[in-house]
Design a protein around this ligand. Sequence first.
Ligand code: AHI
Ligand code: MN
Ligand code: MN
Length: 314
Amino acid sequence: RSAGIIGAPFSKGQSTGGVECGPDRIRAAGLLDRLQQLGCAVKDYGNLTFEDIAVDEPVRGSKSVRAVGSANRRLSEAVQAVKKDGHTAVMLGGDHSLAIGSIHGHTAAVGPLSVVWVDAHADVNTPLTSYTGNLHGQPMSYLLYELQSKVPVLPNFSWMKPCLSSQDLVYIGLRDVDPAEHYILKLLGVKVFCMSQVDQLGVARVMEETCDYLWNRAKKPIHLSYDIDAIDPFITPATGTPVVGGLTYREGLYITEHLCQTGLLSAVDLVEVNPLRGRTEDHVQSTVSTAVDLLLGCFGRLREGNHLPNYSLP
Ligand SMILES: N/C(=N\O)NCCC[NH3+]
Ligand SMILES: [Mn+2]
Ligand SMILES: [Mn+2]
């Protein structure tokens, strides 16, 4: 396995400062070393820098549209480069509006994807249904072919087109979905495992059904977009929009372990880690170390233990 790490210190998809510090805090917690200890080849592409947009007035209620569009254009190009180099892409956020560029670039590089979106939220508001105008609550509406008519032309978004079919998307962990989002998910028939279904089925069955559903037609590369707020805030409190009743640490890890063993995991986003939202340093550490463990699960770390192929007893 080999990982290409992209830091995306971007926060303008929402209005809470600090999420731009996510990439460096996740690196500082030892992500690269621990990936290498697993025998994973690692290339760190560094942190993206983003165009400074001096004037970025709301458009149809959506905030920082020009900055979000510009940032995601750069991210799309970076993800394409990482995929061309043959790595599994790892995008460290930053807020979830970055999924626009990550999924767009991944698709541009490898073709049609299966997307697994692990999140307390559906992030499928359109610019016209969003209460807040924050673009981190809207990325999926820019990506889905079926919603193209519901998303107005926005400045700095002309570089992209929708690139995902609603039938190639599965949500896991939903527990805070707006009425408009719920309507959209039902209208499009999107496959959803909300927290009730995680409780009802158990995470192992959820993952079996996720894979069976996504592979119903053809096996495609998997894009895992992991919002840290999918995990219960008791474990990962340092995030912008915590919602009680989330995934346990074990459930969150099981999801990554299961997708890793499919051999199809082609890109991972780990977003919404916000160190400034931890009331104590322990809260920040718990959040950041969970993020690292989730990513290690994507690259073959097993709770039973691991040893390198060349290991020999002294
Ligand atoms: N973390 C968030 N999305 O995943 N916040 C925005 C969504 C609120 N409806
Ligand atoms: Mn999200
Ligand atoms: Mn969320």
